[in-house]
Design a protein around this ligand. Sequence first.
Ligand SMILES: C[S@@+](CC[C@H](N)C(=O)[O-])C[C@H]1O[C@@H](n2cnc3c(N)ncnc32)[C@H](O)[C@@H]1O
Length: 283
Amino acid sequence: MRLQQNNGRELQMKELIKKIKQKKELENVEDKYVLSIAKKILEQNDKLKRAVQEKRIRSKEYKEVIKKAREKLRLEYGMFSEGLEEREEILKDIKHAKEKKELINKLFLTHQPTKERISIYPFIYQKIFKTTGKPKAILDLGCGMNPVSYPYMKVKATYYASELNKNDCEFLENYFKIMKIKGRAFALDLKNPNLLKKIPFVDICFLFKVLDTIEKKGHKLAEEIIKTVKSKWRIVSFATHKLGGKPMKHSYRGWLERMLERLGYEYKIIKERNEIFYLIKKN
Ligand SMILES: C[S@@+](CC[C@H](N)C(=O)[O-])C[C@H]1O[C@@H](n2cnc3c(N)ncnc32)[C@H](O)[C@@H]1O
């Protein structure tokens, strides 16, 4: 009897996980991770728990579980506007500190992609710039916390950073000011690539872990962005691990390689444990 009950519960959760993951940007998240998020939501609310147990998949409550789980997953990986108070506190400390490196690392910890990149910041830019040359103007699209890594670049460059929300841009502009970086941060929705035409020509454009976040279906948007951006080099990166830790089956992005060949762009790959970088240049 108990075994049957357990099997039934497992099936309910499997079905719930499947439904939560029915969004392109979430399909690579590990089941185990989605399960842990869903369990937490159900533990906090009996009504929602009952709806799942009774398999009322069309009920308002069941839908709410799915919505809440997706929100949580997106926040963890996608959106930048998180941990706002904490990052403001750290920024204040940076302003007054003589030794800023530890505090900069603390800022990286407030956003998942920079947190995952901490171990490679000390060398990744040198590896990239060995191929591209040292840039004098940098554009970082869907930049998240990445502009904070400027000191690791060891260049003297103008930094253009774009994010989705104004709040995030204000934070980055304050950082630039405190760190005496010649830079600007501005709100730009990458779903409208035409806006990229207004940005001045740069030597290098970073699109770190952003294409997977903004594309829901297919790769038309990625193609538009890659074609429209005015830059000598485009550095496009992707995760090689699923949210939750397991390596992806395919960390190379075949679709991108085929697209670049079709468009006549040259590329070179740098593969690190957590992230794969495509260094792209028009022939
Ligand atoms: C996975 S994070 C990568 C952040 C950063 N590039 C990095 O790798 O450290 C994706 C970023 O894209 C931003 N983003 C999401 N949708 C966007 C959109 N429509 N336009 C511009 N940025 C967007 C998010 O706010 C988030 O900071």
